[in-house]
Structure formats: C-alpha cells, structure tokens
Design a protein around this ligand. Structure first.
Ligand code: HEM
Length: 514
C-alpha cells in the first residue's frame, strides 16, 4: 500500500509525540520521590532499622507514622509496605499484572531445588499453568468434594484430644498433615513418624534456614557466584544446598510414586493427583501437564500444613483467654446440633462459629506480612516512584489491626463479624489480607476455611477449653504472645482440655466406631 505525503507527515508527528511522551514519563519517573519512610544510611540503607526476627510491631509503628505506604531500602534493594486495604487493592488487585511477581532467591530456587514450587515462581506462563491446575481442584465450587475427608480427620482429632489432651499442638499438626495428604495423594499417614511427613518437614526446615534474612550471602551476590564449584573454598553453601536439594525432590516425588503405584494396581483412592492423572490418561489434559501436576501437588503440604496449625493454635489460645466467647459458641452449637456432631450442612445455621473463624484469621494473621510480591515494571502511585524489582509487602497485621476498621483490635471479638455489625460497612472480611492478595491470593483458602469451620465447631461440641492449673489447682495466668517470623504461632501457653460431659465422650467414641 502506498503512503501519501500527508500520511507520512502524520506518522512522523505520531512517532515524535510518542518519543516525547516516553521521554517526559522517564524524566518524571526520575524526579519522582520514593514513598516516605525511615531515613536510610549510605550503602546499607535501613539495614540497621530492620527489626530482629521480622518483629511486626516496628512495621505497625511505621504504618501509623507514614500512612498508606512506606519505603525502606536495604543494601540497594527497594522495599515498599502497603498498610491499608485501599493501597493493597489499588496495587495488588487493580494493577495485578505489575504486582504479582516474586523476588528470585538464588539459594532456595536455583540451588536447593525449590524451582518447582509455584509459590515462588516468577509471574508468567509457567506460574499460570500451575496455578490453573491447582485452582481447578481447589476452587470454591469444588472443595465440597473434600468434606468427607475433612469430617473424618476431624473425628480422629477428637479421639486424640480425648486420649492425650496435653499434646494438642502435636494433634493439630497431625490433623493438618493427614487432611492434606489424603486430599492430595489419597495417603493415610501413619499415626506417628510418618515417612512422607518426616521428609516434608526436613525439606521445610532446610528452607526456613535458607530463608532467614541474610542467612546465605549468595542471595546478595551476583548471579555468577552460584556457578562456582562445590570444592571451591567458601563454597560451603553449595554443599549444603546439594544435600538439601535431594530432600526437596524426595518431598515432591515420594508420594507421587505411591499414587502411580496404586493407580497401576487399581487401588487408588480418589484424590487431587489421581483425578488429574486420569484426566491426562483420557487426554482431557495434555501429557506435558504431568510435571505441572506433580509440582502443584508437592506444594500443598509445604504451603498449607503449617498455616493450618498456626490458625488452629490461635483458636485454642483465644478459647483459654475468652471464656465468654466459648460459652456463646457452645450455646449456639447445642441449640443447632443437640446431641450430634456438626456437619457442613449446619454451617448457615452457625453464624457465631463462622464469626469465630473470621476473628481467628484476623486476630493473629498466620502470615503477618503476607508473602512478598515484586513489582515487574517501574510504577507511580500517589505521586511516588515504585521501581521495577521492588519487593512489595502487604502489611497484613497492620491492616487487620487498624482500630478505625476493627475497634479494639487486640481483643478477640467474633461479635464484630455478626450480620448486624458487618452491615454497618465496618469490619470487612479479614480473609482478604489473611490469605494474601491479588492474583497470588492463597488458592487453598476455601479448603482451609472449611477445615477451620469443621474443626472449631466439632471441638467446641465435645470439649471445654480453659486455662492450665498449677499444682494447687490455681489457674495459670495466660497472655496472648505470638512468635515473629514468616508464619506466626502463639508462644507456648498452658491450657486444660476436658470433655464437656459423659455424653460428649460417648459421642466421640460412637462417631469413630462408625
Ligand atoms: C489458614 C490457613 C492458610 C492461610 C492463612 C494461608 C495464607 C496464605 C498466604 C498469606 C499466602 C501468600 C499470598 C500472596 O502471595 O499474596 C498463601 C499462598 C499460598 N497458599 Fe495458603 N494459606 C493457608 C492454607 C493453605 C492450604 C491448606 C493450602 C493448600 C492446600 C495453601 C496453598 C497455598 C499456595 C499454593 C500458595 C502460593 C500461591 C501463589 O504463589 O500463587 N494454603 N497462603
């Protein structure tokens, strides 16, 4: 097609305008300030201001001081904290294509073999494929298929609590692990020292060591450093990583081998793995998805087990500290369920239990600073520059303890989520925040939420939870103290768990005999 002179002139003008626009944008970006934040020193930036162990109180204080958003810089790395529901929505939701990436961790991803975990994958096609498969099984409309497993595992928890109430945390670990392993692989884990769980816990312990800030300098050095051979002086990190990598892969592969064996013998229980592998056999999914299925399954335990233990332990602590909440919940359960255990069908009739689940997620969010996202491109927000590569943190603890949104935020008060109170527009659903943000929001949230509901309701039907007592029977004072770190737990506390009545004991025994 021929271009006329006037067309050429128009084209030239358009090109000039485009270049000018890009130049102005670039200049403007160069002159934009970073968001406000504590003053940084040359080279080390705010390294010395960083709280030990990720202590959330410092980030809470900075949120109150600087408002919606603050900025810190550590050894040349940019970090932005979003402290309000609005700023998380503006960036993680509305600009999700720019705020769904993750920082690349050389030690964990490249050397320890966690590159198969889509929780840490960069935002892109590979991550989308994994996420799509995971969502297919864990979407809201599919999670009711897990109910029978969740009810069965909950009954097992009650028996354990009846026989050794002093080991509550161990029992919570077991219920979280056994539920996930059954849903994902159809595996019934052994009551103690299960092989799959032991390997998974070893892999996660190694990851936690490597994830501690500054644990391995390789994460701060140029990428070429990871190429040096294991025998090289100072390459201790490579030897450690090589050993840990074996465990990372065992964690992913051992349960898959079990499912494939069971499938070939026609003995498999329906589960995440078997359903997806069957879809590959029937060509509903392509053969190339097998690796993606393995990877997605492998992440479920890593991402879900510890989070469930954390939130359930918070519930037990809350029951020790707030007996009036427990009484009100038991009144509701007695009215609705009488002499039987609750089921998922009762959920709509148990608004107070529902409110306890929400308050548990809010009161001490499992991941107080979420899981950091990363900005892919330079961006401008409220007149501030957020450069490409910035680590962007949803300051979940600060958001869920904002007194304007949640009055008396330190108090465990399920009442704030009852219909009449939430109609006021106050108290938005804390699941937005507690489960993360935007496209990276926790894909296990619907299933996790159901587990919380059925466990909390069943435990309160059967047991009274109260403070521990000393040798003379005097209740031990308990306070709400929580650990720091990526996943926060209540610090050890004393408690007493007793069956509510002889009828409750009979109910537990009968339910498990069926
Ligand atoms: C109370 C329980 C749980 C809480 C509070 C929780 C919370 C979170 C949070 C805060 C994130 C980070 C989201 C973000 O980057 O913005 C996350 C990610 C994730 N969670 Fe959960 N989680 C829970 C249980 C589970 C369970 C049971 C599973 C699996 C069965 C699971 C699977 C995942 C996965 C796969 C990711 C990574 C998502 C991605 O990067 O695309 N979670 N979760």
């Amino acid at each position: 097609m021929l271009l006329y002179q006037s067309d050429l002139r128009l084209l030239a003008i358009a090109v000039v305008l485009l270049v000018l626009g890009l130049y102005i944008r670039h200049r403007r970006r160069c002159t934009l300030p970073f968001p406000p934040g504590p003053k940084a020193l040359p080279i080390i930036g705010n390294l010395r201001d960083l709280p030990q162990d990720n202590d959330i109180q410092t980030y809470y204080r900075w949120a109150k001081q600087y408002g919606d958003i603050f900025y810190i810089e550590v050894l040349g790395r940019h970090m932005v904290f979003l402290n309000t529901a609005k700023s998380t929505q503006d960036l993680f939701e509305k600009r999700s294509s720019n705020y769904s990436d993750r920082n690349h961790l050389h030690m964990i991803n490249d050397l320890m073999g966690w590159d198969w975990s889509f929780g840490m994958m960069p935002f892109g096609e590979r991550w989308k494929q994994h996420r799509k498969l995971f969502d297919r099984q864990f979407r809201a409309s599919n999670v009711s298929t897990f109910w029978p497993i969740q009810e069965d595992r909950t009954r097992d928890l009650l028996v354990r609590l009846l026989h050794s109430p002093e080991n509550v945390i161990e029992h919570l670990r077991h219920v979280a692990a056994s539920t996930i392993m059954k849903i994902i692989y159809g595996i019934d884990v052994s009551p103690q020292d299960d092989h799959y769980i032991t390997v998974a816990e070893q892999a996660l312990a190694a990851m936690a060591k490597a994830a501690a800030p500054g644990a391995f300098l390789v994460d701060f050095l140029p990428i070429q450093v990871k190429m040096i051979p294991e025998w090289f002086p100072g390459a201790d990190f490579k030897r450690k990583a090589a050993k840990w990598k074996e465990t990372t892969y065992r964690m992913r592969d051992a349960p898959v081998e079990h499912v494939m064996r069971a499938m070939s013998q026609g003995k498999v229980s329906p589960c995440f793995m078997s359903e997806l592998l069957t879809s590959v056999q029937t060509k509903e999914l392509p053969e190339s998805d097998v690796e993606t299925i393995k990877n997605s399954a492998g992440l479920a335990y890593a991402a879900g087990a510890e989070s469930m233990v954390s939130s359930l332990s918070c519930f037990f602590l809350a029951m020790v500290l707030y007996p009036e909440v427990q009484r009100r919940a038991q009144e509701e359960l007695d009215r609705v369920c009488g002499e039987r255990f609750p089921t998922f069908a009762d959920r709509a009739s148990l608004p107070y239990i529902e409110a306890i689940c929400l308050e548990t997620l809010r009161w001490n969010p499992v991941a107080p600073l979420g899981l950091p996202h990363m900005a892919t491109q330079d961006d401008e927000y409220n007149g501030y520059l957020i450069p490409a590569g910035t680590t962007v943190v949803g300051n979940t603890w600060a958001i869920l303890h904002d007194p304007d949104t949640y009055p008396e935020p330190m108090k465990f008060s399920p009442e704030r989520f009852l219909q009449s109170n939430s109609d006021s527009g106050l108290n938005p659903d804390p699941a937005i925040g507690a489960f993360g943000y935007g496209r990276r929001i926790c894909p296990g949230r619907f299933m996790a939420n159901n587990s919380l509901f059925i466990i909390i309701a069943s435990v309160l039907v059967a047991f009274d939870i109260g403070p521990g007592v000393d040798g003379s029977g005097i209740p031990t004072p308990t306070t709400a103290v929580f650990t720091n770190g990526m996943i926060s737990h209540p610090a050890p506390f004393k408690f007493a768990i007793k069956p509510r009545s002889s009828e409750a004991i009979a109910l537990i025994t009968q339910a498990t005999d069926q």
